[in-house]
Design a protein around this ligand. Structure first.
Ligand SMILES: *[C@@H]1O[C@H](CO)[C@@H](O)[C@H](O)[C@H]1NC(C)=O
Ligand SMILES: *[C@@H]1O[C@H](CO)[C@@H](O)[C@H](O)[C@H]1NC(C)=O
Ligand SMILES: *[C@@H]1O[C@H](CO)[C@@H](O)[C@H](O)[C@H]1NC(C)=O
Ligand SMILES: *[C@@H]1O[C@H](CO)[C@@H](O)[C@H](O)[C@H]1NC(C)=O
Length: 476
């Protein structure tokens, strides 16, 4: 009885004080909340402060194990690099472009990790990366020459004015697309093009020619009536066109397209799949004659063998033409190395006051281990190209296929037929669906930052050269 009384009294007292109790509880809760907010703000402040001052991260590092710390340090190094990234916005004096054909993103990834000592390529350290769309991704069969034309002229071939069937000069002038190379010449730069294919291939055609049919690499594939009405093939335009005539350096293969009378050797055979010059053609002689007639007189050299190229003194030359194989340069086992070709090219291009534009194109033919070797060679070449501070350097990796003009012709005539060879070729043509990768370093490299149209490269480069794509000086 006494016990229940006591409880009653206690509860009564408690009820009296419940309002006070509520106040105490509320103030405890409030102070807890304020403490939490303060702690939260402090942590937030510290986090943003830590990232802003990467030099002051020891407090974070101490919290991780030694093994983790190693990777933590690597991550912090990379983050510091990213935050220190500054790109010069001044105009580049020189532009150098290495085009690696036949390598897409998976192939590159594979090459990075295939050696026992995984290491980065020189371009992996470039500050800017972009992807260039590839219109072949959605059209089949696709003629890679069209994509290449769009890349180097900034106009998709579908939208470009067409030459009429007689290659009338009116049409040809209206339809003349200025390539990046021509723009560089108009901007007063020295220009060079080096390829391990032929100097009349798809890239060369995009850079200095304008033909009604992409297969018209030399006169052998141009119908007689078209020749008679004045049509010029790619090889001919190298000699007769302004861009070709003003090129300071041109090195590659393709002798059988330039000259009807060529010597063949076991190490340098004719390529049956490629165009052959019609009898009587000798464009090498024509090139020499054109250079001889220049006034004031210029220094020039035509080389056709490795030992000739390696003894050339490029420092004294205005023009250098190297035709070093009958077909693609890569098929000549005694062709000069890429290192020598680039070395001699730079000798001709580099001058104290004048800048230059150099395009080096390399088709990677090999698979597996040999392909990795080839990429390492390109990596080493690029390491030698880098140096001058005022130079914009680009590396473009694409997997455009390497169909010859004859093969392209087969596909276009066999499009309907389910011929074995035709469908095999069609399959190969369809193997270029992925976007190209572009790595950039040097002044104006920040122009490349996203997924771009395939026509963007030419526009960005002309801007970097201070020109618009019509060859007029930009007023900025
Ligand atoms: C590329 O060249 C750089 C500099 O010469 C070198 O450090 C790097 O290991 C090379 N990368 C590959 C994958 O060969
Ligand atoms: C070029 O065009 C003009 C008018 O646009 C025309 O009178 C002339 O005949 C054309 N010349 C050729 C070679 O087609
Ligand atoms: C072809 O070239 C060889 C050696 O270069 C020369 O002896 C020969 O006369 C040439 N033939 C013609 C038709 O020009
Ligand atoms: C390029 O062409 C050659 C010969 O036409 C062929 O052997 C090679 O496999 C081709 N390479 C690619 C990547 O298609």
């Amino acid at each position: 009885m006494a016990q229940s009384q006591w409880i009653k009294r206690f509860c009564f007292q408690l009820r009296l004080k419940s309002s006070q109790l509520f106040i105490i509880a509320a103030s405890v809760l409030l102070s807890l909340l304020i403490t939490l907010i303060c702690v939260g703000l402090t942590i937030r402040y510290e986090v943003s402060n830590e990232v802003a001052n990467l030099g002051d991260v020891d407090y974070w590092k101490d919290a991780v194990s030694a093994q983790q710390k190693l990777w933590y340090d690597k991550g912090i190094e990379e983050l510091k690099d990213a935050m220190a990234m500054r790109t010069s916005e001044s105009q580049p004096r020189n532009i150098q472009i290495l085009v690696i054909n036949g390598i897409d993103a998976p192939a590159l990834a594979n090459a990075r990790f295939s050696s026992s000592q995984p290491s980065n390529f020189v371009w992996d350290r470039f500050p800017h990366v972009a992807r260039i769309k590839n219109s072949c991704s959605h059209s089949s069969p696709c003629n890679a020459a069209n994509v290449i034309k769009a890349i180097w002229t900034g106009v998709p071939l579908k939208a470009a004015p067409k030459l009429d069937s007689s290659c009338g000069h009116n049409a040809s002038h209206a339809g003349q697309l200025l390539s990046v190379l021509r723009l560089a010449q108009l901007a007063g730069r020295r220009t060079g093009f080096v390829t391990n294919q032929r100097i009349t291939g798809a890239t060369a055609a995009a850079l200095y020619a304008n033909v009604a049919q992409t297969s018209w690499e030399c006169d052998g594939l141009v119908p007689v009536d078209a020749i008679e009405s004045g049509c010029e093939d790619v090889a001919q335009q190298l000699i007769s066109g302004e861009t070709g005539q003003n090129l300071n350096v041109l090195i590659g293969g393709g002798r059988q397209l330039l000259s009807a009378n060529v010597s063949t050797f076991p190490y340098d055979p004719l390529d049956e799949l490629l165009c052959r010059a019609r009898s009587g053609r000798n464009l090498l002689r024509d090139w020499l004659q054109h250079k001889l007639k220049l006034k004031p007189s210029k220094h020039f050299e035509l080389v056709q063998r490795e030992e000739q190229l390696s003894t050339v003194n490029g420092n004294s030359l205005d023009y250098l033409l190297g035709v070093l194989a009958n077909g693609d340069l890569s098929r000549n086992s005694q062709a000069p190395s890429l290192a020598i070709m680039v070395d001699k090219t730079l000798q001709v291009l580099r001058r104290p006051v004048v800048g230059h534009l150099l395009i080096v194109e390399h088709y990677v033919q090999q698979q597996g281990e040999a392909r990795v070797k080839e990429l390492q060679l390109l990596n080493a070449t690029l390491a030698n190209l880098l140096g001058p501070k005022d130079t914009l350097t680009l590396v473009l990796l694409t997997n455009a296929n390497n169909l010859s003009s004859a093969e392209t012709q087969i596909v276009s005539t066999l499009q309907e037929a389910f011929d074995e060879q035709g469908s095999h070729l069609q399959r190969r043509m369809q193997q270029m669906p992925s976007e190209s990768l572009l790595f950039a370093t040097g002044p104006k490299s920040s122009l490349f930052y996203s997924v771009h149209e395939e026509t963007y490269l030419a526009h960005a480069l002309s801007y970097a050269l201070g020109m618009d794509v019509f060859g007029r000086q930009l007023q900025l």
